[in-house]
Design a protein around this ligand. Structure first.
Ligand code: URA
Length: 242
């Protein structure tokens, strides 16, 4: 059975209308994004052909993007890190200072914790795909504006479409709100299996939040075990995130 046709777990925790609204909005933005890139439609998931080319074209489009004012203050656009064949996709909020300077997501302090979380799952950072809701750094790491999220979301939809991961793990409140609407509460949905663009999605806390609130790490570890379950993998017996 292809990934695209695999049966999906039921969404949990939020009223269906919010989800439907968010999905309809996502589909509209996706279509707009394809148009912007001069494409009418892309083959659905399961198609592995041309993945590198499609990702390279997407990276070029992001690097040239001027759909919101953030391009004026960026050093580098930050598209992704990790494997194009990943079964697991992490979605964070937006690049910070280190990421803007290096052009790679999650390379600062929060990134180091994310790498440890991935390793605690028995995986390597190079095996997963890491990206953000926003591809450019908001000045002083302020929270993304809704207009910036709307402008950037088509790129994320494109990444999901190309990678077609087996599971998505969103990191933090901003990411889950960007995908499911502003009323969703991370504390309520974390660790549940939702669905986005036909892909199972598990929200968890942002590593930057875990650095400020280490007492929440056991909850994040519970969430990562849900991710492993969706992946059909066992957690390693001894490793834990510190
Ligand atoms: N925080 C994020 O959400 N993304 C990054 O890339 C770095 C820090």
């Amino acid at each position: 059975m292809s990934r695209a046709s695999r049966p999906l777990p039921q969404s949990q925790g939020e009223p269906m209308n919010d989800e439907r609204r968010a999905l309809a909005k996502a589909a509209r933005l996706h279509a707009e994004g394809l148009k912007l890139m001069g494409l009418e439609a892309l083959p659905r998931g399961g198609d592995r052909g041309g993945r590198s080319e499609r990702l390279a074209a997407l990276a070029r489009a992001v690097e040239q993007c001027r759909k919101c004012p953030l391009y004026r203050t960026r050093t580098h656009a930050v598209v992704s890190d990790g494997s194009q064949d990943a079964e697991l996709m992490f979605i964070g909020e937006a690049p910070g200072r280190d990421e803007d300077l290096q052009g790679k997501p999650f390379v600062g302090a929060a990134g180091k914790l994310l790498t440890k979380m991935i390793e605690a799952m028995g995986l390597h950072r190079e095996q997963v795909y890491i990206c953000n809701i926003l591809k450019d750094r908001p000045p002083n790491n302020r929270t993304p504006e809704p207009s910036e999220v709307d402008a950037c979301l088509p790129y994320l939809l494109e990444q999901i479409e190309i990678i077609r991961p087996k599971v998505i793990c969103t990191l933090g409140a901003v990411a889950v709100k960007a995908l499911f609407g502003p009323h969703i509460a991370i504390s309520r949905v974390r660790g549940s299996v939702k669905e986005y663009e036909g892909v199972p999605l598990v929200p968890t806390y942002h590593p930057a939040y875990l650095l400020r609130n280490p007492a929440a790490k056991p909850q994040a570890w519970e969430d990562l075990q849900v991710v492993l379950k969706v992946l059909g993998r066992e957690p390693p017996t001894k490793t834990r995130t510190r």
